[in-house]
Design a binder for this molecule. Structure first.
Ligand SMILES: N[C@@H](CCOP(=O)(O)O)C(=O)O
Length: 465
């Protein structure tokens, strides 16, 4: 399997090379040169596999030429061994035909663990076989950071520096990152938004000298391996509902567009997925795009669902590349114009093709609290603010006879204030995080300035050498 950049000017690479590269040199995102597919018989043969075995089977075509299914199976087995639910990704029906798939049973209580736990093993395996070391820089609006820190803490060949927007995550989310005392982990609180953090990460990659000297890599969903790992739980959910002999639809709370993109990839691989319903908070660029073809950036506003306080959804570029029939030059031009003007003009035919598959809703904080409350009152289901928005999106797009599976992306205990305001309940953190508020925090506040951030990354890495 080979990978090409959505902007067409970066080397064609293998899975392992893409894993280590993170972002393509031309600023684009890597995608498979062709989409691997499974036949209906192949899908049926996956029914009844354990989650680790299914994940290895689904990821194997993406890693072809670098890793075998057996290699992957060792890693998926280790990756999911610590999850606190025997089903790893359990599903429950909350309303007629509306299901919730819980992706938050990993160590940091968010769906990011599903991919990140595996990435820890993938990076270690590939780096050991090449005798290399690297520095991961990541941007987080709340969940990616702690998942990456947990997956990479104390790994010998890897330093990790996570940028979070100062004061814009929940306190639990921040403490999950800043209280981990491992020599290879650093945290920077950036005076800006998540979009600023993500731009800084991309700017570090664009600085060729810094990128080379630091051996930079990424674990945000700009890294293809994140998407590949996330495809597996969509396959798992669909097969459990009767696919490939029955269509299913998915609802996904969406910020950086990586999670729902993984669902779309499962469809590219031949899984009969009818519809993707996405949920946003007041940072509603994606739902405005789907409603009115209005892809225009507005200021990022804080919300009850901080992980989705995002206006520039990186993975939209991968979908755009397909909507443009893989015209990399057009994709590069549109992405660069978007960054210059804050607006993307998408051809009406391409927009119609997107809206044939995707729909979106946006809930403000009042709407989010009301959704959490009514789910609790009517279905006795406690959904965190992000998951509640996804469930609302699923309800809005549900069709008779087609199971709608909404992704529950985070544990409610990550957002105790929001949960208490909505339901009067303050969900407790699980045992391994019970003393989180007594742990000492360690992070540096840095201005939103590339030079200062690069200096901070350099000094964190040097202090661990
Ligand atoms: N919602 C994310 C933002 C980064 O998304 P990613 O999927 O690209 O890592 C977060 O919680 O950090």
């Amino acid at each position: 399997m080979h990978y090409i950049s959505t902007r067409g000017q970066a080397p064609v690479r293998s899975f392992s090379e893409v894993l280590l590269a993170g972002l393509a040199e031309d600023g684009g995102l890597y995608v498979p040169q062709t989409w691997p597919t499974f036949s209906d018989a192949d899908w049926r043969a996956m029914r009844g596999l354990s989650y680790p075995a299914l994940a290895a089977r689904v990821i194997a075509p993406f890693a072809a030429g670098c890793l075998t299914e057996a290699d992957l199976m060792k890693m998926t087995t280790a990756a999911y061994a610590g999850f606190d639910h025997p089903a790893i990704v359990p599903v429950t029906e909350v309303e007629d035909g509306l299901f919730v798939k819980e992706l938050f049973h990993g160590p940091t209580l968010a769906f990011k663990d599903m991919a990140m736990q595996l990435l820890g093993h993938l990076f270690e395996h590939v780096l050991a076989s090449r005798g290399e070391t690297l520095t991961i820089v990541g941007a987080t609006s709340g969940d990616t950071g702690s998942a990456a820190i947990e997956a990479f803490a104390n790994r010998a060949r890897i330093n990790v520096v996570i940028l979070h927007p100062e004061g814009r995550t929940s306190e639990v989310q921040r403490r999950q990152m800043t209280t981990v005392k491992a020599p290879n982990i650093g945290n920077l609180a950036i005076q800006g938004t998540f979009d600023d953090c993500q731009d800084l990460v991309k700017a570090m990659f664009a600085d060729v000298v810094f990128r080379r000297d630091m051996h930079l890599s990424a674990v945000n969903s700009i890294n293809w391996a994140r998407i590949a790992a996330q495809v597996a739980y969509y396959v798992h959910a669909a097969l459990a509902m009767g696919a490939p002999d029955r269509e299913v639809s998915f609802a996904v709370p969406t910020g950086n567009f990586g999670n729902v993109l993984a669902a779309w990839v499962a469809r590219q691989m031949g899984l009969p997925i009818r519809h993707f319903a996405i949920g946003s908070n007041r940072n509603d660029i994606l739902s405005r795009f789907l409603h009115d073809n209005d892809m225009s950036m507005r200021a990022v506003v804080p919300s009850l669902s901080p992980s989705m306080d995002i206006q520039v959804s990186s993975n939209f570029e991968r979908l755009l590349f397909e909507l443009l029939d893989r015209d990399a030059d057009a994709c590069a031009t549109m992405m660069m114009d978007f960054r210059k003007t804050g607006r993307m003009n998408i051809d009406p035919d391409a927009w119609r093709r997107a809206t044939a598959l995707f729909s979106g809703i946006a809930l403000d904080d009042d709407g989010t609290r009301a959704e959490i409350r009514s789910l609790y009152d009517n279905s006795h289901y406690l959904a965190d603010p992000h998951s509640a928005i996804g469930i609302a999106a699923g309800r809005a797009a549900r069709e008779p006879g087609v199971p709608m599976i909404a992704m529950a992306t985070a544990h409610p205990a990550k957002f105790p204030d929001a949960m208490e305001a909505a339901t009067g309940l303050r969900p407790a953190l699980p045992e391994h995080l019970a003393d989180l508020f007594e742990r000492e925090e360690r992070f540096r506040v840095v201005e939103n300035d590339l030079g200062l951030v690069e200096d901070a990354v350099r000094s964190l890495v040097l202090s661990n050498s």
